[in-house]
Design a protein around this ligand. Structure first.
Ligand code: ATP
Length: 130
């Protein structure tokens, strides 16, 4: 089966894969060849693909996953290969967002801070695994 991971800017991944695992808004899911057609909204998280027994990890930040006739398309706002992630930057973003959330001030957009935390944590997870 085949998977494309696409953002507004670029095609991040476009290869044959044996297994796909990702995180939808309803929870984690896995796709093996000949899976029935699915369309699901994605959460912020890590998408893992298996190729000849080897895993590859990508951060996928929301969007939509569609699978039909052994073709998967993952359309997401931001995606990074686990090997390309700047760990120090993700750690800094995590600390900044946590500090913002801890302020409890009326001007703080908690949802935005929580999303920044989720992005940074997904990046760190993808790096640890990569
Ligand atoms: P930061 O506060 O560090 O910018 P962010 O979560 O606000 O993090 P995004 O808005 O999700 O960043 O991403 C902006 C751009 O920067 C995207 O192209 C994304 O791929 C890239 N990017 C963000 N964080 C990292 C990172 N830790 N390593 C590599 N690229 C990153």
């Amino acid at each position: 089966m085949h998977l494309k991971i696409i953002t507004h800017e670029k095609v991040v991944f476009d290869e044959d894969v044996d297994e796909i695992y990702s995180r939808g808004v309803d929870g984690e899911f896995g796709i093996l060849p000949n899976h029935i057609p699915v369309m699901t909204a994605l959460d912020i998280g890590v998408t893992k693909v298996m190729q000849s027994g080897k895993p590859k990890y990508f951060t996928t930040m929301g969007g939509v996953f569609q699978f039909k006739d052994n073709e998967g398309i993952l359309l997401t706002t931001t995606a990074e290969d686990g090997n390309d992630i700047d760990v120090a930057r993700a750690k800094e973003a995590l600390e900044r967002a946590k500090a913002r959330l801890a302020e409890h001030s009326a001007e703080i957009d908690a949802k935005r801070a929580e999303a920044a935390i989720a992005r940074a944590m997904a990046r760190l997870k993808a790096t640890l695994n990569a």
